[in-house]
Design a protein around this ligand. Structure first.
Ligand SMILES: [Zn+2]
Length: 610
């Protein structure tokens, strides 16, 4: 039941998005293209507001973050260095019959939603199989909706395996087990197999499939000029790290942020705009000194103490507290655009789930109508990325820190020795954990340590990085799902009706204020309303509407998520002299109306929508 309700809610949201012009399917007049979406007039405003606010809070309102806007296509070596060419792949299976591709780790969720699997589940209430009914279905409806299912192609053989199972074990079938049985023809050779979600056919063994979109630069399509659409925006930041350091007058710790499109050839795009093939990211790479340097400079290293936001950044912060800081900053951001803390969850990835370069990753999750899914990841990536680009490009990614050099000079020999030993031990432990033989690990730790401290004596090191990486489109879906409300209201005549209202935070709402003359056919009301519209327009997005009853106009703006409505009536014109040059200001969420002076409108509304 809960599942059905959630699906129904999702369907309502998708339908509203289309009806009101938030989101359209891409190329719809040609039947659409799977995994691509277009933002309509309201969606485009909403998205722009979200990105602008992220940009404003992330860089313009901070001293320690600068922006970048890099190209989508970069040198292909970037993706070799980043690991995307080698490892950025999903396991894929192909259907031997209908030839469709399925992501191997997503077969089940798609199978159980398919019409043929649902039809079979209905035939087998409680998992008790009536083989005669299954055969009838296979010879009838099954031919149409699952033509390549083993049960349909060869009912006698398939049923014989099912009967054998019932004889051996009379217990009811689990849903998954049954769907495997009806998909399995050569049970004696293959065991139970996974069906193709589309036609019920046989799937091949999983094979890795690279998710990057491939293209060619220049007129010749050859291996030498292969290029890729970027699968993430982050790498451009690492590649331009030195250029930014050389020009931006920033000192580590500092960050570089970017908003831009990225592309992943998802095998099974799902859940509306949640997982699409073209999407937008908002990413920050925040560069920090390695912990040894911080400890050397500050005399001690602050770790995470207690829960919550750790406060203003301090010179003695190690990576763990910086990581915590960015998780909390990001949660605050979401709260400030209308996602309450209760709708968000933090998931700290377990050591065995971490990417090999990551020291820690927190997923910020949101309760979407189809389940709790990731909105943003905040990863502590060590110095993996810069080191990789140094290795592959041959360009040094060292950062020169004069303060670190001076501090190092002042240490006495015993302090230097202590730091060296500490570093070497940690290095040794990590190499042993990676599986190096002990003697080899010792030698390598020795070498790396001596290189590291030789450089440090000159004030040189490779910064580490904390990366908060958010998906704009996922966030759009979260904001739309959170804003979507259906309320029962009673109109002036006492009739009950359902009011659909998008309760966007005023800061991100596509339209900030609707302006309405009470009546369309009174030129003096229209003139005054247009005057109010022109007064507000330089400061915020305004929608002028003079058609239909005023109640209907309010409803239309409720569906668009417009937080304020201004109505110009006869009192505005001075019919009641005490109310001359005042308007009614309606609040979308409370539906309360108050009388406000036209002269006060701009400052009042600005204070609410910024
Ligand atoms: Zn198939």
């Amino acid at each position: 039941m809960a599942q059905a309700k959630e699906n129904e809610r999702m369907e309502k949201i998708v339908s509203l998005c289309k009806r009101r012009g938030f989101i359209f399917q891409s190329s719809e007049i040609y039947g659409g293209i799977n995994g691509f979406w277009d933002y309509g007039p309201l969606g485009a405003e909403l998205k722009r507001n979200v990105k602008d606010y992220w940009w404003r809070t992330m860089t313009q309102q901070r001293e320690d973050v600068v922006g970048l806007d890099a190209s989508i296509i970069m040198h292909p070596m970037v993706w070799k260095a980043s690991g995307h060419l080698e490892t950025f792949s999903d396991p894929m299976s192909t259907c031997r019959q209908c030839k469709k591709l399925v992501r191997s780790d997503q077969i089940w969720p798609i199978v159980i939603e398919s019409s043929w699997a649902r039809a079979i589940a209905e035939l087998v209430p409680g998992g008790t199989v009536n083989t005669g009914q299954l055969v009838n279905w296979a010879k009838g409806k099954g031919q149409r909706i699952a033509p390549n299912l083993a049960l349909v192609r060869n009912p006698e053989v398939t049923i014989s395996w099912i009967s054998e199972r019932i004889q051996k074990n009379p217990a009811p079938f689990e849903a998954k087990e049954l769907l495997q049985y009806v998909a399995t023809e050569q049970f004696n050779q293959t065991g139970l197999v996974l069906p193709c979600p589309h036609c019920g056919g046989e799937l091949t063994e999983p094979r890795p499939f690279n998710l990057m979109f491939k293209t060619h630069t220049g007129p010749v399509e050859s291996e030498e000029n292969v290029a890729y659409l970027r699968p993430e925006t982050a790498q451009a930041i690492f590649v331009q790290f030195k250029s930014v350091v050389a020009t931006a007058r920033q000192k580590v710790p500092f960050g570089i942020c970017q908003i831009g499109k990225a592309f992943r050839n998802e095998i099974t795009p799902r859940n509306f705009i949640f997982r699409s093939r073209e999407f937008e990211q908002m990413e920050l790479e925040f560069f920090i000194p390695p912990d040894e340097i911080v400890a050397a400079l500050a005399g001690d290293l602050a770790g995470v103490r207690g829960e919550g936001h750790p406060g203003e950044p301090q010179p003695n912060w190690g990576w763990q507290i910086w990581h915590k800081y960015w998780v909390e900053e990001r949660l605050r951001f979401y709260e400030s655009i209308g996602l309450p803390r209760t709708s968000l969850k933090e998931y700290w990835q377990k050591p065995d789930e971490l990417a090999h370069y990551a020291k820690a990753t927190v997923d910020i999750l949101f309760d979407f109508p189809f389940g709790t899914e990731e909105l943003e990841g905040v990863a502590a990536r060590g110095n993996f990325d810069l080191s990789q680009h140094e290795k592959f490009s041959g360009e040094s990614m060292d950062y020169f820190d004069e303060v670190a050099r001076e501090a190092w000079k002042k240490f006495d020999e015993s302090k230097k020795q202590e730091l060296r030993e500490d570093y070497r031990e940690k290095k040794y432990d990590s190499l042993v954990r990676k599986g190096l033989e002990l003697g080899e690990a010792k030698a390598q730790a020795e070498k790396e340590s001596s290189d590291y401290f030789d450089k440090l004596a000159k004030g040189l090191y490779t910064p580490h990085v904390i990366e908060p990486s958010a998906g704009v489109d996922r966030l759009m879906l979260a904001l739309i799902a959170q804003a979507f409300n259906e309320e029962e209201v009673t109109d002036e005549k006492g009739n009950k009706e359902t009011r659909v209202v998008m309760k966007f935070h005023p800061r991100i709402a596509p339209i900030k204020v609707g302006v309405f003359p009470l009546l369309k056919n009174r030129p003096e009301l229209v003139a005054k309303a247009l005057e109010v519209k022109r007064l507000l327009q330089p400061h915020m997005s305004v929608f002028y509407d003079d058609t239909g009853a005023i109640g209907r106009r309010y409803r239309r703006q409720d569906e668009a998520g417009t937080p304020f409505g201004v109505t110009i009536d006869f009192d505005t014109l001075g019919e009641n002299s005490a109310l001359k040059d005042t308007v009614t200001l309606r609040d979308r969420d409370t539906m309360k109306q108050e009388r406000v002076k036209i002269d006060d409108l701009v400052p009042l509304l600005i204070s609410k929508v910024r």
